[in-house]
Ligand binder design. Sequence first.
Ligand code: ADP
Length: 581
Amino acid sequence: MHILVINCGSSSIKYQLIDSVSEQALQQGIIDSIQAEQVGPALQSIFAACNPWPIDAIGHRVVHGGDFRDAQIITDDVLARIGAFSDLAPLHNPYNLQGIQAARELYGTLPQVAVFDTAFHASLPRRAATYAIDRQLAQQHQFRRYGFHGTSHAYVSQQAADFLQQPLSALRIVSLHLGNGASACAVEFGHSTDTSMGMTPMEGLVMGSRCGDIDPGIVLAMARRAGLSIDEIDEQLNRNAGLKGLSGISNDLRAIEQAAADGNDNARLAIAVFAHQVRKYIGAYAATMGGVDAIVMTGGIGENSASMRQRILQRLDFLGALLDDDRNLDVTLDQHSPVQAIHRPHSRVKLLVVQCNEALQIARQTAAIVQQANTLSAPAVIPVAISARHVHLTAATFARLFGADAQPEHYRDLSQPGQFACRQTVKLIGPRGQIDQVRVLGPLRSKDQVEISRTDEFQLGVDAPVRDSGHTEGSAPITLQGPAGTVHLAEGLICARRHIHMHPDDAAAFAVSDGDEVDVAITGGVRKLVFGGVLIRVHPSFRLEMHIDTDEANAAELDGHSNARLVYQATPAGAVLQSRR
Ligand code: ADP
């Protein structure tokens, strides 16, 4: 497919025509200095420039996607919802919408897709998305963390995983997009679990002209003490802060680095504050993820400023991250070498610089959605099962809990062939409370794993990460008690990610692959709900069934007889495409 990617900003339109198979840009350019009423002619000239190639679909970059978890085929309803979020991204969304509207008027027969900067962060756990302010006020006005630069974080973390020849689902990555806008993202086993931008793109790192984190008391004092109006404060924090405000020179790091070299103290301070803030977020995300395997930099500053990279990444030996100064100075990214390593050979944490390519990521998602929409017939029904808390044990742990001679005793078969509930149960002991009679499942496994629900987390007094079954690295500790003894697991406690088991034949019929993530609409319950981020697990021994935990079932007011339907959408991480590559 030939995908035209359009990024319609306040005064310019950037475009790329991308071949979805070769992933090469066939044509690209930027049309500058345009007014709102010129968007249509600008698009026509873009189409003229792409003339030799037939265009199959258009992918639009949209900064604020509100509650959308995934890219969307554009409909009137989708447009209205995007419009509703415009005041949260006033520098971007209204212009993104103009581009979409003009393209629909001119090329209404082509499928058009909106790809959101916020969507990759739809997986943020509640604790990372929630601000500690009055709940009612927050809910009424959607004061929560949405996060931005998601397309870039998803793309560069996948690039990093490919470069390291490891699955993204096995890596904890701190992704740093350092451009005019800047943000950090904790990409934990493929999912965004925290990010520095918040409800708007102002929070977090120091940016070209945006302030990043400041004491909210300063905003009040700007009004009360400095007597500034709301618009003046907006101007100060959005356009006159960051590197520009600090240096008094420019929002461009190149000019600031030059001035610093010439002895300008404000320029030196601007550089130091920028680097300090980024380092803080690296430490924070290493802590929230329980470790870090790679730190990845991209964006104009991340890709080009060796001295800023050096300031940020020096003295991280305590984390296991050893910067190689020579390799750092030697970085030159291009199409043939879009990822370069700058760590020393024995560095446990990998340090990578990645060339940003948001347009390609937008093209991938656009192609995936359009292909799915074209190829899929009526979705079939998937039975839903509610899984209670349970434990999987190794032979060694089983013996310590139930005695050296004990064997798992069959109690009843589970729906997945070969799986069974055992007669044996254990007690879970957390720092706050205990849960009795938690069923052991058979057969025994090679790793201990304890799966609980959110409510259980509170009862036990632990924070368990949401994980795919089998991924217990760096997960929470828990103590198990059985009749023959007590075992403390240093890790193994997780909230299982909701998932669908399916046979390869089902996967073919649904056009999904193992490891894909999909949205699923639940029918049959009292309330209609769409669950995002549902993992597809394919194995010849699996029977078609969706597993959700008791909390989720309660939220949807489900009983045991509900059904699910796949809502066909690619994930921001491009999982559908990945598995096809
Ligand atoms: P945007 O976030 O607008 O997409 P970019 O990612 O292109 O911006 O980053 C632009 C910024 O990158 C510039 O403002 C400049 O500060 C910085 N930059 C680009 N090249 C260099 C360089 N060689 N040295 C230092 N900074 C650079």
